[in-house]
Design a protein around this ligand. Structure first.
Ligand code: PHE
Length: 487
């Protein structure tokens, strides 16, 4: 099993996974769409009482099982490995369109550098986004094939400090803008009257899990590379606070700009690619600020994408005994093929599924509902179906903390996730705060449920095939060759 080179390397890699488009773009947009500071209270509760405990749980499981989400599920019951593959499939599908958005941020970075002003509609209608998607996917594949230390850890150790440093400089600059105090009022003034809205709570929980990359096996994979000396609870707290800090910093950058230039704070997806560029175009030093902003967004997206790919690469290596390079190459090729329809959905090809751009369709189904489904499986299977979990948790994180985390992951977290997901499915409301991509086209609750059911069934079928392949004579042969090669 590969290992992180140090505790700091592990924490930075996990921060790299957590800090992404979700913090810098989605958090301010969801907050804007939910009445500003009011949203912070449910968000903080979701982060510290649900996402953080589940993160500790997931990392501890990873270190205990020393494997991937597939082998961890297999240790509970052999057939449960199907669920592991299914979760890999969910994350892989999210990755396929996440890379498209990451490509957009790269494009806007280049526009800022060259000083070109282009509307999002014109940009996305061309072929450039498809090229940028391919470039980003290849970059992700190359880093992952570099390995845990030389690829993932090195990249995060470089990009995370640069990104956070740049965001701090941007935030300092924004304190000088005329709209700074209005922006801060909007961000930090709580409005207790809206706390009764279940949809606000649903939005907060969705955002917390998405932003912390929790509940989908990525942290389980990263936890397996951690040393026994690593204190998991302390590391989890640092990762959580860093993720929250970057989200708030982004708010401190974005809202003063929005208010200084008389723009709308609740502009959804438009926020990053339409609203902010309008402000950048007229503010002093706007080009440099825009370049810095989009570069940070791209770096953050890249380190998150790396973690999504690593999870499946690790699962393939483990199950088929492939080399890291081979697994990374195969999955990069696969993600290029899988993401192509999403990349084309905004281009001149205008690829749609049932009248909805493919990217929006995937986001509304698998992006919005796939993640809670994965987290529910993770929490329930390892607590309800696996009695040693209580003791292994005590060994990994200490008995005192295990006494709190275990019941939270057994009852409270699954209940909260099931309730918020059910509310989301039951409500036919077009509610922007509940989507991963704010501003994306709402596809309607029925199509959303049909879509998720179809995708999950397809993923399950593919997982069964993957499990069979793991047992097929060819795979057995490969194993024998490997063993011979090693001896
Ligand atoms: N946490 C990342 C973000 O905030 C997104 C992500 C989701 C990463 C799921 C990994 C898995 O953008």
């Amino acid at each position: 099993m590969e290992r992180w080179s140090s505790g700091a390397g592990f924490i930075l890699a996990a921060i790299g996974s957590a800090v992404g488009i979700g913090n810098i773009w989605r958090f301010p947009a969801v907050l804007g769409g939910n009445g500003g500071g009011a949203y912070l209270i449910p968000y903080l509760i979701a982060v510290f009482f649900c996402a953080l405990p589940l993160m500790i749980f997931e990392l501890a499981l990873g270190r205990h099982f020393q494997g991937t989400i597939v082998s961890a599920f297999r240790s509970v019951r052999h057939p449960f490995r199907v669920f592991g593959w299914m979760i890999c499939g969910i994350v892989f599908l999210i990755l396929s369109y996440y890379l498209v958005i990451a490509g957009w941020t790269l494009g806007y970075f280049f526009f800022a550098l060259s000083g070109e002003r282009i509307s999002f509609a014109d940009f996305s209608a061309g072929w450039l986004p498809v090229v940028l998607f391919a470039v980003t996917a290849l970059a992700t594949g190359i880093v992952v094939s570099g390995g845990v230390r030389k690829g993932i850890e090195r990249m995060s150790t470089l990009l995370i400090p640069v990104s956070v440093g740049t965001l701090i400089i941007l935030a300092l600059y924004c304190t000088t803008l005329p709209g700074f105090s209005r922006g801060m009022d909007f961000l930090f003034t709580p409005d207790f009257t809206v706390l009764g809205s279940p949809l606000l709570w649903g939005a907060a929980f969705g955002q917390a899990f998405f932003s912390l990359s929790v509940g989908m096996g990525i942290l389980l994979t990263y936890g397996a590379y951690a040393d026994r000396e690593q204190a998991i609870p302390a590391a989890s707290l640092i990762i959580t606070v860093a993720d929250l800090g970057v989200a708030l910093l982004s708010g401190i950058v974005i809202f003063p700009i929005v208010f200084s230039f008389g723009l709308a704070p609740a502009a959804g997806a438009e926020l990053a690619f339409t609203t902010l560029p309008q402000a950048f175009a007229v503010m002093p030093g706007g080009r440099v600020i825009a370049a810095a902003f989009f570069l940070v967004l791209f770096f953050a997206a890249l380190t998150s994408a790396i973690s999504m790919l690593e999870m499946s690469v690790a699962a393939l290596r483990e199950s088929f005994l492939w080399s890291r390079r081979r697994s990374a190459a195969v999955l990069t090729a696969a993600v290029l093929a899988t993401g192509l329809p999403s990349a084309l959905s905004y281009s001149a090809a205008d690829l749609r599924f049932d009248g909805i751009p493919v990217l929006d369709f995937l986001d509304e189904t698998i992006g919005t509902l796939g993640l809670p489904v994965a987290a529910i499986f993770l929490a329930i299977v390892f607590t309800w179906f696996f009695s040693p979990t209580r003791d292994l948790l005590a060994r990994e994180i200490g008995n005192g903390l295990a006494r709190i985390i275990y019941p939270l992951c057994t009852y409270i977290i699954p209940a909260v996730l099931i309730m918020t997901t059910a509310a989301r499915m039951a409500s036919g409301v077009d509610y922007p705060g509940l989507r991963n991509l704010p501003g994306s086209e709402f596809i309607g609750p029925l199509l959303q449920i049909e879509g998720i059911v179809i995708i999950i069934l397809l993923l399950l079928a593919a997982s069964v095939v993957a499990c069979r392949l793991g047992r097929c004579p060819l795979a057995g042969r490969l194993r024998t060759w490997r063993r011979r090669g090693n001896s």
